[in-house]
Write a protein that binds this ligand. Structure first.
Ligand code: FAD
Length: 472
């Protein structure tokens, strides 16, 4: 359904990041007149990374993200998905450099997919331009007026190119301006919005593994491209995801105290070589020293907001502006894309009544957003240390085996990772409910099996002892 027949209603989307771009395209497809604003310069017009002002992070795109892209535009989705690199499981690198495939992600060969965040953002901006959405770069939102009066338009004020002011009025406003959202800040003047922001004691530093330039080599990738590589070291870890050109974007995560205790690039090289000897060779000492000296240390935080809409149903927060989460379940963007799909479905259900859709959105989305934010935090423990624990790996194997063999129409066993990453039809909160039930069964089987082995071993030992005593 679209609003083309009546006078088009106007929507401003603030933030041309991943989620804002998808939201702008989705509204445009429904027949709204959309204008997209971003404070950055247009990243598609320059090759210079610093001017693009984008961090090089590789994202794992999974089912929910893909489903939302397809929901908005099937053809666009296939143009973008051409560039992804499937990752079928985790590859664990131990301290001696030995590699072990620890867990396949999908039960039946499903993969999560690596893509460079800035590349994806540029793809979406190009799609925005193709679709004819108005887009203004170098426009920084500074003020919102008119939210408190139900019949007034929303007035947005921007600073343009550092000095000029620009004001524009719209029927509706979507805030997709990221974790430090100005839209959110401005909305708080007019309404009772619960808001909390919590930094976790963790930083990340971007590193880069170059393509394999050895002309004799069979692959342009120096390690397997179809795995998410993890170097778990309990207190800190390194990960690497492949890029199309044969390089890997690698990220070092650690508590702030770890990185701050390293005082020079020489100390950094010593630290890195002793903890990640194989990665040290892949990245090279020159690249590593350069990254230490020049790359920023990123902070990680959670943002919790409720409600996401204003009481008059004229403005809405989506993406990181509504729920910034730590990156350890690879769901921040996937969840933001799903926000767009959920919103569009509500628009359909309300016959394109934006007001009503905005008002229903907060209740429809809250418990799922809370669920994935918590899972993301819990998954750090799993990635950084549990993946080396035999008891945990045994449990995962059992979970995975049950998933593979119990998948009828009436009874299904669904590992949590499958539900989060490969099933866009199971809401995040429902996935947690199912996991809780399965987890109890899993514990019984695991403890039961160990118990049975112990009982069997005791009986066997008793028999042996009895026989031994009789013979002597
Ligand atoms: P952003 O990408 O932050 O975009 C916000 C936009 O708003 C920016 O372009 C900004 O310039 C603009 N803006 C801000 N303020 C204003 C203003 N006042 N006026 C105008 N414009 C403004 N997610 C996954 O799904 N999978 C992953 O594997 C994954 N890995 C990650 C790894 C790391 C290390 C990190 C840090 C994040 C990861 N994420 C991942 C999360 C993902 O990157 C974010 O959830 C996603 O980028 C959020 O998109 P967004 O559009 O909501 O916000």
């Amino acid at each position: 359904m679209t609003v083309e027949d009546s006078k088009p209603q106007t929507v401003a989307v603030v933030g041309a990041g991943l989620v804002g771009c998808l939201a702008a395209l989705a509204f445009q497809k429904k027949g709204f007149e959309v204008t997209l604003y971003d404070m950055r310069p247009d990243p598609t017009l320059t090759e210079d990374r610093r001017q693009k002002n984008l961090r090089s992070i590789n994202l794992a795109v999974s089912s929910r993200g893909i489903a939302a892209l397809k929901y908005v535009d099937e053809e666009m989705a296939s143009r973008i998905l051409e560039h992804i690199i499937p990752m079928k499981g985790r590859m664990i690198h131990d301290i001696t450099g030995k590699k072990q495939e620890s867990q396949l992600y999908g039960l039946f060969g499903e993969s999560i997919n690596s893509i460079d965040r800035s590349f994806l953002n540029e793809c979406l901006i190009k799609e925005i331009k193709l679709a004819g959405v108005k887009i203004h770069f170098n426009y920084k939102l500074v003020k919102i007026l008119g939210l408190e009066k139900p019949d007034e338009l929303v007035t947005l004020s921007f600073v343009h190119s550092h000095s000029e002011f620009h004001t524009a009025k719209y029927d509706y406003l979507v805030g997709a301006d990221g974790a430090y959202s100005q839209v959110r800040y401005q909305m708080q003047y007019f309404m009772r919005m619960n808001f909390s922001q919590e930094y976790i004691d963790m930083q990340y530093l971007e590193l880069y593994i170059p393509p394999n330039n050895d002309p004799e080599a069979s692959s342009k990738f120096s390690i397997d491209a179809n795995h998410l590589h993890i170097w778990p070291r309990h207190n800190y870890m390194l990960i690497a995801l492949a890029n199309e050109d044969g390089s890997f974007t690698s990220t070092f995560f650690s508590p702030w105290s770890v990185i701050e205790s390293i005082k020079s690039s020489d100390e950094w090289l010593t630290f890195f070589e002793s903890n990640f000897p194989d990665a040290y060779k892949l990245i090279g000492s020159e690249q590593l020293a350069q990254a230490y000296d020049h790359n920023p240390r990123g902070a990680l935080m959670r943002v919790n907001v409720y409600p996401y809409h204003d009481p008059n149903g004229k403005a809405l927060l989506i993406g990181d502006a509504a729920h910034s989460m730590v990156p350890f379940y690879g769901q921040g963007m996937n969840c933001g894309f799903e926000d767009v799909r959920v919103l569009m479905e509500l628009l359909d259900q309300t016959n394109l009544n934006v007001n009503e859709a905005f008002q229903q959105y907060s209740d429809a989305r809250k418990k799922d957003v809370d669920a994935i934010c918590k899972l993301a935090l819990d998954n750090y423990k799993e990635m950084s240390s549990k993946v080396t624990n035999s008891w945990f790996l045994l449990r995962k194997k059992l979970d995975y085996t049950l998933g593979r063999y119990i998948h009828g129409r009436l009874i299904q066993w669904l590992p949590l990772y499958t539900m989060i990453s490969f099933r866009d039809d199971i809401p995040y909160s429902k996935a947690i409910e199912i996991e809780k039930r399965q987890s109890k069964i899993l514990s019984r089987i695991q403890y039961g099996t160990v118990g049975a082995v112990l009982v069997y071993a005791t009986i066997y030992a008793a028999k042996f002892w009895h026989k031994f005593n009789r013979q002597n």
